[in-house]
Design a protein. Structure first.
Length: 487
């Protein structure tokens, strides 16, 4: 101690830094993850994956590592990505032993919903209360509302096609899916199909999702923003306030309308309003989960529909087979029950969700305290394991994986089924999977019934480069448009 008293402040800081560096190096060299293959720098930093996140190509970067190192690859000091279907099922099995990592809590600090909840018991409560209205049976009374919006969306596309010569399906699918989830959540549509533009609420949601992605990927920057003005994060305050106010007002208005008219069109929260307190969510919980519904139920399905139509229109044989099924198997007044079991339609949808998964990025989970053996590697407790649909959907189970081939689903193998995770898996599988499939089936059927001769347009410089994928947490066309025309 006497020796330390003789040192100056600069020398003390230097010694502290040296001790810290030595400790860090010691921990890196002794890490149990050193046996997991991967690039040398992954032992020291995850800055490379963060860079690729910012450039919108992290899933392809991770996939390239799997191509080089195998199905289990280390991508950071405490992070391992797993592309083995059996191991992925272990991670996402119903027992829920691999909990969501703290990554999810960074999206919206102070807000807890079905998407970002990491507490096992809280999530089970959310799922118990929220899953019934989003089941196939629960959604059946809402089919007329859904189909009405789909029909109107197709009508608006036809109008733009006449006036412009082509239609931007990326835009109109977004308006349609957002209007649908808005009506099912808040009891009224956002009327984006009518207006042909986004409203402030949707703009705020997009801004919030973008800022949330930055927070989750760069948590230190998020903490630093409390002390240093970082523009992206400082914008979050007003946005969060407006979102909360809109959700609160909309939920209260829906509650009041239901009290005045118990026979009003059902919504995803109708049963919740009528339930006893122990079988319902608080007002704040309803508002927080309503926002999660809008985010999860708009971009995802819209992007799937955009890539589906684009992929089908690029292949005359696939389009001919799909259109033939829709024209010969459906009457003019068909309903959802008529399209639900159409074999080739469902094969097209399955192949779209494989090669153009709406959420292609890794889903981080925390390894339980006792550790786990995954695909032949021992992963210690507390490490983060990720499974990304982008790689799982390109496993050896799929010959020529980059080719859009719906016929591969005529007789799918068990390995193919086990490799598919377009909606996540296990107890954390997306609650909206049934709604998404309803929209995909109805919208695809009505689009190609209305525009059987649809082709990818070359107007306004539209090309395949516009459809190159920006892969952040969700997939997005790089050109932010997809122009389709029909004779």
């Amino acid at each position: 101690m006497e020796f330390l008293k003789t040192l100056g402040q600069v020398q003390l800081v230097g010694i502290a830094l040296l001790v810290g560096v030595v400790g860090y190096v010691y921990n890196v060299l002794r890490s149990p993850l050193n046996k997991v293959p991967g690039p040398w720098y992954a032992s020291w930093t995850n800055i490379v994956t963060k860079y690729h996140f910012l450039t919108g190509c992290n899933p392809t970067y991770i996939h390239s590592l799997h191509s080089k190192y195998g199905p289990v690859v280390r991508i950071g000091p405490n992070d391992v990505d797993v592309a083995d279907p059996v191991a992925a099922q272990t991670i996402h099995r119903i027992k829920d032993e691999f909990l969501k990592s703290e990554f999810y809590t960074q999206f919206l600090p102070g807000v807890t919903n079905i998407f970002n909840c990491v507490n096992r018991d809280h999530h089970r409560r959310y799922r118990r209360l929220l899953s019934s209205p989003l089941s196939e049976t629960g959604l059946k009374p809402m089919l007329p509302q859904i189909d009405s919006r789909v029909r109107f969306g197709i009508q608006r596309m036809g109008e733009e096609m006449k006036s412009r010569g082509a239609v931007d399906i990326c835009k109109w699918w977004m308006f349609m899916t957002t209007d649908i989830i808005g009506e099912l959540t808040f009891g009224e549509s956002f009327k984006m199909l009518e207006l042909g533009r986004k409203n402030q609420y949707i703009k705020d949601l997009e801004g919030s999702a973008f800022i949330g992605g930055l927070r989750a990927t760069f948590p230190l920057l998020s903490k630093l923003s409390f002390y240093v003005p970082i523009p992206f994060f400082w914008k979050a305050g007003p946005i969060t306030g407006r979102l909360a106010m809109y959700s609160r007002d909309s939920i209260q208005r829906q509650r009041t309308l239901l009290e005045e008219n118990p026979d009003m069109a059902p919504t995803l929260f109708s049963k919740m309003f009528k339930a006893k307190s122990e079988d319902s969510l608080s007002g704040v919980e309803l508002e927080d989960n309503a926002q999660a519904y809008i985010v999860g139920g708009s971009d995802t399905t819209a992007m799937s529909l955009t890539y589906l139509v684009w992929a089908v229109c690029r292949d005359p044989q696939i389009k001919e087979k799909l259109v033939n099924e829709l024209q010969t198997r459906l009457s003019d007044d068909f309903s959802y029950d008529d399209v639900k079991e159409l074999p080739y339609l469902n094969q097209v949808i399955e192949e779209t969700t494989r090669i153009y998964a709406a959420a292609p990025s890794g889903l981080p989970r925390t390894v339980p305290s006792g550790g786990a053996s995954l695909a032949g590697y021992w992963i210690p407790g507390g490490a983060t394991v990720l499974t990304q649909a982008y790689s799982l959907h390109r496993s050896e189970a799929f010959p020529d994986p980059e080719r859009f081939d719906p016929s591969r689903w005529e007789n799918p193998t068990k390995a193919m089924k086990d490799s598919m995770m377009p909606f996540g898996g296990g107890s954390r599988i997306c609650l909206g999977v049934h709604l998404a499939r309803i929209e995909l089936r109805l919208a695809t059927a009505r689009f190609f019934r209305a525009f059987p001769n649809a082709i990818v347009s070359e107007l306004e410089g539209m090309s395949d480069r516009d459809m190159d994928q920006d892969l952040f947490f969700l997939i997005t066309p790089r050109g932010h448009r997809c122009l389709i025309q029909a004779n």
